[in-house]
Design a protein around this ligand. Sequence first.
Ligand code: SIN
Length: 515
Amino acid sequence: MTATTQSTDLTADLRATALAALERLGATVPVAADGEEGLPVVSPLSGRSLLTLRRDGAPEVSSAVGQAAEAFRTWRSVPAPVRGQLIKRLGELLTEHKADLAELVTIEAGKIRSEALGEVQEMIDICDFAVGLSRQVGGRTMPSERPGHRLMETWHPLGVVGVISAFNFPVAVWSWNTAVALVCGDTVVWKPSEKTLLSAIGAAALLDRALAEAGFPAGVARLVLGEREAGEALVADPRVALVSATGSERMGAQVAPVVAGRMGRLLLELGGNNAAVVAPSADLDLATRGIVFSAAGTAGQRCTSMRRLIVHESVVDDLVARLVRAYGNLQVGDPRAEGILVGPLVDGGARERMLAALEEAVADGGEVLVGGSPVDVPGADDAAYVRPTIVRMPEQTDVVRRETFAPILYVMTYSSLDEAVALHNDVPQGLSSSIFTLDAREAETFMSEAGSDCGIVNVNIGTSGAEIGGAFGGEKSTGGGRESGSDAWKQYMRRATNTINYSTELPLAQGVSFG
Ligand code: SIN
């Protein structure tokens, strides 16, 4: 069999598997008509197009926003615990269809099975969280300075939330936003990455089913399948009260001024350039496992993937030797196969950017210690498989300070914790960080105001693999937004301050007298 025939077989197999999963999910697939210029669905497993879908542009986005705005008028007055019951049903459907949705995530995002299942589990977890939240969102009361008065806060839904998600978490990030936004009383229009359309169709079909069963309007949650034009229309639409966008720093820099210009609200989750500090006291066995998962797992394509390692000079040789050994054992290939830990990069462009970054790192004096080369996977000639790599750098040069969305881990050394923290924080991004140490002083310092400047600061675990209970997001060019757990729900609601006078007098604040 020739390589081309093998690729054709693989593509046919992926298409059949994806369509069967979508059928089990009860999804309608909007296939483009013959001759229509649609959106190709390309699987990174083969690098080839599986089918072509209908493309939504600005008019379709406008119509979806209109439906969501209309639905908001009734949805906002449905009691929050009743809205929570919808999310409870979504969680049940996700549990029932966990394997189906995970299959689509593997086919479109290239995640190994365990990570794809983990992504859907994260959706189930946020549904649980949001159901609890539906009985908890509420405000404070504060003492009034005036006798016979009460001061309190009430929280109200914002309106339509526009969710723009990235390919690397094709469904979980939508659920972080949607489960919370819906219990808060908002309606949602979702524009997923054009690289992961089938996963989005599958996930949206489950929510559509839950809405229909409960008799709620479909406009409560809408999906638009488009490219840049669709994204731009969503961001610019004044009826969209909050834009929650996940993606590159470049994308965020384009979205932010448009939303700010119309005084909309923004929730940005952009790039990360996440680092771990490895201190002299670290448990190197545990650190090795944590680093390999965060740096090489998901083929380095999480926002929280570890990209920099700042190691004390006394342990660097030992740690690097362990890491090089572990990287040597990583199996790269079809993420559906047993034993594979590293699937493909999302496309050839990602591989080109990885190879260009490595060339720049070497020109800056970096030494490639392991990996860094493309990998041929039989039958997948158009796919972009690479071997995860470790590069020892003499200093933190420009290429290290940029986020390259690929499995490159740059290793640098330090001699004092102050130096490690300075190196750690000297990048534009501020998403996730960690320190491996058994010294409580070092751990506390790293978590303190004088330590890491990131939104996520871990101790003795890697930088990736967040739980939904905490607020997720980061600082600086990462965008400052927080999604998912803790009190991130406040971003999806507006606050009203109420002063209630239950006396017969009308005292003015600050003792002002007026006639
Ligand atoms: C991401 O959003 O890229 C990562 C989240 C995580 O690692 O949990």
